[in-house]
Ligand binder design. Sequence first.
Ligand code: FE2
Length: 371
Amino acid sequence: MKDPRTDQGGRGAAAPADGPIGMGMQGARRILRIAAFLSSVLFLLLPSCAPRKTATVRPDEERPGRAFSFAVVSDTHTGATAHTGKKVFARIIEQVNEKKPDFLVHCGDWIIAPTPDKLGEATADTFMHLLSLLDPEIAFYPVLGNHEGDYEDYAYARSFFPVLGESGWYSFDHGGARFFVVENNSDAPDSDLPGYRSCLPNGGINTPGSAQRAWLASVLRSRPPDTVWTFGFGHRSYYGAEQYAGRKNIASARRGEGSFCRLIEEAGVDVFFNGDQHCYTRTTPIRDGEAAEGVENATVYLTVGGGGGRINRGRNVSLEFPVLEGLPRGAYVTGTKSKHFFVHCTVRDRLFHADVIDTSGALIDSFSIRK
Ligand SMILES: [Fe+2]
């Protein structure tokens, strides 16, 4: 399988258009036909070599510029029988299969813990079982959440998905758009809160000069000139409007030259999806910490932590905006923390559209970005 990470190897050199050196076009075509025939015979003779029918990462094999769709879910928290995670995630998988997007991204907190829950089920096994119900045609891209970081410094969680590599961050292209996944738990300033303590430093997306920062800058810099869309994913929230963990993140993510938010806004990242806060929050496009509707390089921050974890904690179930002091005036468009949901996104040329759909199938929110 081709490694989709642009920071490790990148694309191979293109073969000359007229086939291998010293070979005529007809000769090259004949060899290709023979190779195709042999590989199809081998495929039939060796069924064990066939791709496994499980959800997995599928790198970009589509031609650039075509219409495509993807879904995003976060904070499924499968396991812990007091919670509804398993039921909700099973339902969301069903809904995603009906929509049949090209791929599904999970913004972290797949599990509560890898240890057996009250029913004796190992929660990572439960998560992987539910994920195996995803249509095998739909690729899966994981993000590390703080709950994945609670055990063996992410090693346990990383072992399930090779795309996470040693670092937990990676990028890929699809349909001519660039996607990147960051690990933004480790240097969040509230990492000393209960449930976050064991996220050990792992590159620091808000740490100037860190390996992860250099990698992300390079991923954004190396976009082909005709790239229209860029989408980012992480676990921790910067503009999620819930009054608990994460409230300090925005201060550090905007501070100084090391600001992660400044980096992605200046680079024109269109949407940054995150979880952590178990609610839905949509901001206007934000640039330099201010609502910036109609500005060319600005970023919409979507908090999408409604995949199964508890949604009714805290005081403001309906979310009145802005809930958090010091966050930009007029930057919040809408939000809720009373529903479980996922997001279905479509991209067609210069039009991006997102539907936020709850587990009954009803639309919670819907918005478009046109370029
Ligand atoms: Fe969570």
